[in-house]
Design a protein around this ligand. Structure first.
Ligand SMILES: [Ca+2]
Length: 304
């Protein structure tokens, strides 16, 4: 009888013989991504393997709690990375995107891989519908990210579902907004991002012409006002050729580090001869000769 029904289904209505899983991805607020699914015809998934890609430099917050549907209790990649103390239920499903193993840090591309085991360790089925996972994302270079979820073909099928012949609606894309904007004036991709963090994220590094010698972020002067003025020269002199400990004692001393590097021949200084060369180039020059630093490394400019 069932066979006849299936045949009728194929012949008349062209209904596929495979079960279907519909994934949804949504913005759960505060930078959280929530992935859910529903099944359409009674066949239940036994595992999922999804690949997640975040645009605009957004990343999953590796240190934040990961909330997972409790029936999905088996995280193979976590077990792979923690072979000595693994038990069912340990860890979370975040995994490396193109290699076996648990995720090791914040990432823009990652996988979610999890399965369902019963008390005896045998493969069991997940619910007919579930909020699969809720993840905390971090803002990247803009106040939003496009999240693309596809089947993880490194681990499984393009449907993203294991346990039967499932069709799914993957890939899907959703937009997550970071409100208020969690992005910082400096992009994560800036080569000097780590130095910026190490020096307490000085706002002056995000002045539009700081890299060209405008240390105070202002045009000033007595007769003619310049972006790189006598005021900047005083600030520069105060910070020049100081070791890090001494530089930290100079108010806003790090603002005179124009190339955002420690350099020098014998001894390396944050505010070095290289910075002096930059400073001279733009000192007391007309506005047109002191261009913007450009947005390659910056999300937005800070004004003092
Ligand atoms: Ca200035």
């Amino acid at each position: 009888m069932r066979q006849i029904m299936v045949m009728i289904g194929f012949g008349v209505f062209a209904i596929p013989a495979t079960a279907a899983v519909n994934f949804t991805a949504s913005d759960a607020g505060s930078g959280k991504l929530q992935i859910a699914y529903t099944t359409t015809d009674g066949d239940l998934p036994r595992g999922v393997a999804l690949r997640v890609s975040l645009s605009d430099g957004a990343r999953v917050d590796f240190a934040a709690p990961v909330v997972v549907e409790p029936k999905f209790n088996t995280f193979i990649d976590w077990a792979y990375s923690n072979p000595l103390n693994y038990q069912v239920g340990n860890g979370n499903p975040l995994a490396l995107p193109t290699a076996a193993g648990a995720l090791t840090g914040d990432a823009s591309d990652f996988s979610i891989c999890m399965g369902v085991l019963d008390q005896a360790g045998g493969q069991a089925a997940g619910p007919a519908s579930a909020t699969l996972i809720t993840l905390q994302l971090k803002g990247g270079t803009t106040g939003h990210t496009a999240v693309t979820i596809s089947g993880d073909v490194f681990r499984g099928l393009s449907s993203g579902v294991a346990g039967g012949e499932f069709l799914s609606n993957l890939p899907i894309t959703t937009e997550i907004n970071f409100t208020p904007c969690e992005c910082q004036c400096l992009k994560y991709s800036a080569p000097f991002y780590n130095d910026w963090v190490a020096w307490g994220m000085p706002a002056c590094w995000c002045f539009e012409r700081q890299c060209h010698g405008d240390i105070n972020g202002k045009k000033d002067g007595v007769a003619v006002k310049y972006w790189v003025s006598g005021t900047d020269l005083s600030l520069f002199k105060a910070a020049y050729a100081k070791n890090d400990a001494a530089l930290k004692l100079v108010p806003n001393g790090i603002c005179s580090d124009l190339n955002h590097k420690a350099d020098g021949v014998a001894v390396k200084y944050r505010v070095s001869g290289t910075d002096l060369g930059i400073f001279k180039l733009y000192y007391a020059k007309a506005d047109a000769a002191v261009p913007s630093c450009g947005r390659t490394d910056y999300n937005y400019w800070v004004t003092p």
